[in-house]
Design a protein around this ligand. Structure first.
Ligand code: HEM
Ligand code: HEM
Length: 142
């Protein structure tokens, strides 16, 4: 049980890098008129983006549950706990903007940037979570 959350979140962090790489194709085309042979795979980006967001949220709930039920109190992982909470703001903003753009397709300038900032921040924080997560493993699991 203790190992499900770290493994699950590790795989999600890798998937989020893939989704970011798909988004980067769009970013270059939207803001730098970058001519590329690669088209933005809209449906694939949205599908895997949704997976990442759902996995992050359910992973957070699982992490909280495991820590609470095993050690009786949440927050003992300190930085890992707080970075995890702050990721939720980025996920909320990233999902809402992505959902809106997917359901109201038109040319846009600023909303994609807000979406890119929220989600890139979330990916960055997930990579920090890898580092702090391995420290939690060393401290509490091994
Ligand atoms: C880890 C998750 C995600 C990352 C890292 C990510 C990243 C990005 C990036 C960098 C762009 C280009 C923005 C720009 O041109 O400035 C983009 C575009 C887009 N994303 Fe995401 N995204 C994620 C999840 C999602 C989700 C869950 C949805 C839908 C529910 C979504 C829908 C879209 C759409 C529709 C666009 C095209 C917007 C446009 O050019 O009009 N994304 N994404
Ligand atoms: C590779 C990445 C990650 C690793 C290795 C990792 C590792 C861990 C470990 C070992 C625990 C203790 C409970 C358990 O063993 O199940 C934990 C708890 C937790 N994790 Fe992660 N984690 C990672 C990513 C994330 C991410 C991305 C989030 C947020 C979306 C997150 C949020 C949490 C929370 C909120 C707790 C409970 C902390 C507490 O109550 O003190 N983790 N994590």
């Amino acid at each position: 049980m203790l190992w499900i959350h770290p493994l699950f979140q590790f795989m999600t962090a890798i998937l989020s890098l893939y989704v970011l790489s798909l988004g980067f194709v769009r970013f270059k085309a939207n803001h730098f008129s970058f001519k590329s042979n690669t088209a933005f795979p809209w449906q694939e980006h949205v599908k895997y983006g949704k997976f990442v967001h759902i996995f992050w949220m359910s992973g957070l709930v699982l992490g909280l549950y495991v820590v609470g039920s095993t050690w009786g109190q949440n927050g003992i992982t300190a930085t890992h706990y707080w970075v995890g909470q702050s990721m939720m703001l980025c996920i909320g903003g990233g999902y809402a903007t992505g959902w809106f753009m997917d359901n109201n397709k038109q040319e846009r300038r600023y909303l994609p940037i807000a979406h890119a900032i929220f989600n890139t921040m979330a990916v960055f924080l997930a990579l920090i979570q890898m580092g702090t997560g391995f420290m939690v493993i060393r401290e509490f699991l091994l």
